[in-house]
Design a protein around this ligand. Structure first.
Ligand SMILES: CC(=O)CC(=O)O
Length: 663
């Protein structure tokens, strides 16, 4: 079957969208300047990678980004790693995020913050800017300056946004973690970057429960001697603040700086704006440093052009401050949209909560994870039938590959009128290589396109492009949001090792991908987790696609077990509520995998387990289970996992099944 038959069109842009979406207008704007003509999106994409410098300057100009001193050119050095973007420019990140905060837009809602422990908070652009200025003034009074790290242990709410804007306005570097991280996990991150300031909540709410954390956070403060000042956020309003002599209350910090506007201190284009972290499942997380201009221009392209987000829109991405989607969400401010933040459990009080919020808040762009969409499908939710979704135009999904059945769910019961934008990239680029486009149809099971300015391809092991079929996702030309460096990696060795060792001079992302005949993409999982039974490379998502649409299966994880120089496929299954892995279900799963994928994919062993381990940003940790089953001596960093006890239970079950190596 061709991919056209496998991937029918499930959504098409209207004539109006083709003309009036920002992407449509950008295309027309370029054509009116003598570029093109571009008969379709793919022609525009080709031009964007052929004329990389003209393209990125056009994004900068069209999106209305601001700088104090323009760049001498778009690209200095072109090498990867080490490409030099916008040399000579001086700019400020927060000034760009707040570029529409004055004039007519000042009174518009900038942030609507939903929180399990406090009432909904609504703040205008004028208020957000004023609070960012006040907090910046307080930070400065504490001796915080450009290049210092300001760390946040915060929930996805108003204070996180104000903290980030205050820090980046003064030229400091923002880095955040979620307060449900263990102290060890936070220390693994912030201990490396030595923050000068910390903004920390006194606890948080999740799933209807309250988690006070003052004592643990006091220990965290004691373990970070670099701190000059700490600001305690009253996330649990009835609870005491985080104790300590460096601590100022949030409201006192704002009062101290009240009336001072943000300075919007100009910095160089490569000046770090964010430090993000790899998941760190073995050893300490890598500290990934993102530069100001590159991240900004790439987010402008992704949000305004690919996402079609603008000043009239209402944008909700469900995330925590420990995931790069938080930084992505924050950049929606530069579009002038209202950002609706939600902190707490996506399933509290029930799975319908986010969908109801989308309807009540007239959200135009709703972002979530593939896991959440699959959960809604499995729970039989039908938001499209019961809620007013007339405002909703785009649903974004990321975190893991979105199954074809989840496209069906969105278009039957979820949000049938919306463009379903499956987007993929990651922390490494704080953005996407492939994703949504308002000018293209959505095909079942396919990501719509390569993003503009992204020279993505699938490479075979020989370092040549694969024209048909699967390969390593690579990027052959510099992308502005590739990291400027890793923290504390002066020779750039860890950075090169992470992305440029497989194919010198070419970014290898670590995803196993196929580009389709429509110019779309399908991701089959992480390339380091691919299975090789009989020497044939299989992506883990190929098996999840078959297994996770069986109603009796709640969750699953697949790994390769090395036996006598070959690989056996081992599938772990968490049965749905009230179900068990019976002999009949095992046979049905095998049959389904054989038919839907191939006989090669059929697992040799299928084992029932109570839970699947996930990273803190919601990704299955296949490699930790692979290490376990293959007796690897590499130690797991349990702090990196959201539910480390799942690994212990899997160890027990694998042992009972005789699948662990002796000794
Ligand atoms: C955009 C992404 O790729 C986000 C993620 O999965 O981490």
């Amino acid at each position: 079957m061709s991919t056209t038959e496998q991937s029918p069109v499930v959504w098409s842009p209207s004539e109006d969208t083709l003309q009036s979406s920002r992407m449509g207008r950008f295309k027309a704007w370029l054509e009116s300047r003598g570029f093109g003509p571009f008969p379709d999106y793919h022609a525009l994409h080709q031009w964007s990678i052929d004329q990389l410098e003209t393209f990125w300057q056009a994004v900068w100009d069209y999106c209305g980004l601001v700088c104090e001193t323009p760049a001498e050119r778009v690209l200095g050095r072109r090498d990867m790693p080490g490409a030099e973007w916008f040399p000579g420019m001086r700019l400020n990140f927060a000034a760009n995020l707040l570029r529409l905060a004055d004039g007519d837009h000042a009174g518009r809602e900038a942030i609507v913050a939903y929180c399990e422990t406090r009432p909904v908070l609504r703040k205008t652009y004028a208020e957000l800017k004023a609070d960012a200025g006040a907090l910046e003034a307080f930070l400065r009074s504490q001796g915080i300056g450009p290049g210092d790290r300001v760390a946040g242990v915060v929930t996805n709410g108003y204070e996180a946004m104000v903290g980030m804007l205050a820090a980046t306005s003064l030229g400091a570097i923002w880095s955040s973690a979620s307060p449900d991280f263990g102290i060890g996990a936070i220390n693994d991150r912030f201990g490396q970057i030595e923050p000068a300031a910390l903004i920390v909540v006194n606890g948080y709410g999740y799933g209807g429960k309250v988690f006070p954390r003052q004592q643990e956070f006091a220990e965290l403060i004691a373990s970070l001697p670099s701190l000059k000042t700490v600001i305690s956020v009253p996330q649990l309003p009835d609870q005491p603040p985080v104790p300590g002599d460096k601590v100022t209350l949030w409201q006192d910090a704002l009062a101290a700086g009240a009336g001072q506007p943000p300075s919007f201190t100009p910095v160089a284009p490569e000046h770090p704006v964010y430090i993000l972290y790899s998941s760190g499942t073995t050893g300490k997380p890598k500290c990934i440093v993102h530069g100001t201009a590159g991240l900004l221009v790439n987010h402008a392209k992704e949000l305004m052009l690919h996402g079609d987000v603008g000043p009239e829109d209402r944008f909700l991405y469900f995330t925590t401050c420990g995931w790069m989607m938080w930084n992505w969400q924050a950049s929606a401010l530069m579009t002038g949209a209202t950002v609706i933040t939600v902190d707490g459990s996506p399933g509290y009080p029930d799975l319908g909560f986010l969908w109801r919020t989308v309807a009540e808040e007239r959200v135009t762009h709703f972002g979530t994870s593939a896991r959440f969409i699959a959960g809604c499908r499995k729970a039989g939710l039908q938001p499209a039938r019961t809620l007013d979704q007339s405002a909703l135009r785009v649903v974004f999904s990321t975190g893991s590959p979105l199954l074809p059945e989840d496209y069906d769910w969105i278009y039957d019961d979820g949000a049938p009128k919306a463009l379903l934008g499956s987007i993929a990239g990651g922390t490494d680029i704080c953005g996407c290589f492939v994703g949504a486009c308002p000018l293209l149809p959505v095909r079942r099971g396919e990501i719509q396109c390569r993003f503009l300015g992204v020279d993505a391809a699938a490479y075979g092991d020989d370092g040549q492009p694969v024209t048909e079929g699967r390969g390593e996702l690579v990027c052959r030309q510099p992308l502005p949001s590739m990291p400027v460096c890793f923290w504390a990696d002066p020779e750039g060795e860890r950075y090169r090792d992470a992305y440029f060792n497989t194919f010198p001079g070419v970014w290898a992302h670590g995803d196993f991908i196929e580009f389709t005949e429509h110019g779309g993409a399908i991701i089959y999982g992480r390339s380091d987790a691919t299975l090789n039974p009989g020497g044939v490379r299989i992506g883990t998502a190929e098996i999840y696609r078959q297994v996770e649409t069986v109603p009796e299966v709640k969750d699953s994880l697949v790994v390769g077990r090395q036996v006598d120089g070959d690989v056996e496929v081992v599938l772990l299954v968490v049965p749905a509520e009230g179900q068990a892995l019976t002999g009949e279900l095992v046979q049905r799963l095998k049959g389904r995998i054989r038919e839907g994928a191939s006989p090669r994919h059929v697992p040799k062993h299928i084992v029932e387990v109570p839970d699947i381990p996930y990273t803190r940003s919601g990704k299955k940790v296949e490699l930790a289970v692979a290490r376990l089953i293959n007796g690897s001596s590499k130690a797991d960093n349990r702090d990196a996992l959201g539910n480390p006890q799942a690994l212990d239970l899997i160890r027990e079950r694998l042992e009972q099944a005789g699948l662990l190596p002796a000794g």
